[in-house]
Design a protein around this ligand. Structure first.
Ligand code: AVJ
Length: 397
């Protein structure tokens, strides 16, 4: 399953429209120096998973596509625009919470983790590099941070996260992983594998020579022999894309992987006035609608489909029983769509809706219960003054 990325393997798609392959990213990252990349999602695996997801989802009743596939190059760019929309409060609110409590987070990790802090930061769904930068700065404060493992399905996002981390912390070992957290959690590095310090290209180790040059935020390892612990960050509220049983599997899997003394920093969007929630997923500028419809553009390109984008309307609604937002694409007329690569023809009835995303919203009790059930102990719960979004810190019991 695991493969090291060879450089320079091209694809047969035209350069103007194809998604960068992990190999492209590897070449880019290696060119920047000092970053290793591991892909659990090769281009072939990605293509076959997409084909299977599309076949299953488009032949199901009701039709559904997993939100993982939103994040091609255009999708990631559109998501970046979403995070700047007035209606989409999540990103800026989480950033403000992180900034307000960075020192507290750093102190809490120093107190709770073996070895006096986080030696490894694993970031699931690496998101914006700005949040990564804030997180890395907070962790560098513990003086134990040696390794950064951005984990994302989107090779572009990895490239950005890896490069930003390396620029801010030259001594940091950056080990990017292209993978899908629905499938590849078992392949995350184990706590024991954390290096004591990242070697520079010349073989020296930052912090080993007190008089030598030090990168900002990095300090000499303390004299303790315990390897510093691991912090897994899963920010942005992305856990809300999973249904409760999948969330339980993910949290349990992370708990097993991290081992005793590891920590989890979890971002969750909170239940609030449905009007505000719906507006966040149906913005007046139409960016979220474009993000949603881009899924069809991606299927047209990747699976030789002939979706007519004008034939599908963006829908966002609040489901009070499930406490989640649903995004759907509604067929505005009866139509059939052909997917050449799947040898599949799909009929849409007039008004038929296909689900493309759920985004669950939480409260303190629900987050605490889900963490506890998965073997995590919630130690800190931070929210903004309006209670729109929460960051939770949990320790593996
Ligand atoms: C990146 C998954 C957290 O669910 O709010 C934004 C994605 N979808 N607008 C979310 C998204 C529509 C976003 N996450």
């Amino acid at each position: 399953m695991t493969s090291r990325t060879p450089t320079g393997t091209g694809t047969t798609r035209p350069p103007a429209t194809r998604t960068p392959t992990p190999a492209d990213v590897a070449a880019l990252l290696n060119a920047r120096g000092g970053i290793t990349i591991e892909r659990h999602l090769t281009e072939a695996q990605r293509a076959s998973t997409l084909a299977a997801d599309a076949r299953e989802g488009l032949t199901a009743d009701p039709k559904e596509l997993p939100p993982t596939w939103f994040y091609d190059t255009t999708g990631s760019m559109l998501f970046g625009k979403i995070t700047e929309l007035p209606e989409y409060y999540q990103t800026r609110t989480e950033r403000a919470i992180l900034s307000a409590h960075a020192a507290e987070l750093s102190a809490a990790l120093t107190a709770a983790l073996p070895g006096g802090g986080a030696g490894t930061l694993v970031e699931l769904g690496s998101g914006t590099s700005e949040k990564t930068r804030m997180l890395l700065a907070a962790l560098a404060g513990t003086g134990r941070l040696r390794r950064f493992v951005p984990f994302d399905v989107d090779a572009d996002a990895l490239s950005r996260a890896g490069a930003a981390a390396k620029a801010a912390h030259p001594g940091l070992a950056v080990h990017a992983v292209v993978g899908d957290f629905r499938q590849h959690l078992g392949l995350l590095p184990t706590p024991g594998a954390a290096p004591r310090a990242a070697a520079r290209p010349d073989g020296t180790v930052p912090g080993a020579h007190p008089s030598g040059p030090k990168a900002a935020g990095e300090s000499a390892p303390s004299e303790t022999d315990a390897p510093a612990g691991t912090l897994v960050a899963f920010l942005g509220g992305t856990i809300g894309n999973l249904r409760p049983p999948e969330r339980h599997l993910l949290l349990t899997g992370l708990r097993e992987r991290i081992g005793r003394g590891g920590a989890l920093l979890l971002g969750t969007d909170l239940v609030k006035d449905p009007g505000r929630l719906v507006a966040a997923y149906d913005d007046s500028a139409g960016v979220t609608a474009a993000f949603n419809r881009n899924l069809l553009t991606m299927l047209n390109r990747e699976l030789g489909a002939d979706f007519d984008l004008r034939g599908f309307a963006h829908v966002a609604l609040w489901e009070p029983e499930n406490r989640w937002i649903e995004m759907r694409l509604r067929s505005v007329r009866a139509q059939t769509v052909r997917l050449t690569a799947l040898d599949l023809t799909v009929a849409f009835a007039d008004g038929e809706e296909m689900r493309t995303e759920i985004s669950a919203k939480f409260d303190h009790a629900t987050v605490e219960r889900e963490l506890t059930t998965a073997g995590w102990h919630l130690t800190h719960w931070w929210t903004d003054p309006d209670g729109d979004f929460a960051l939770s810190l949990a320790i593996a019991e």
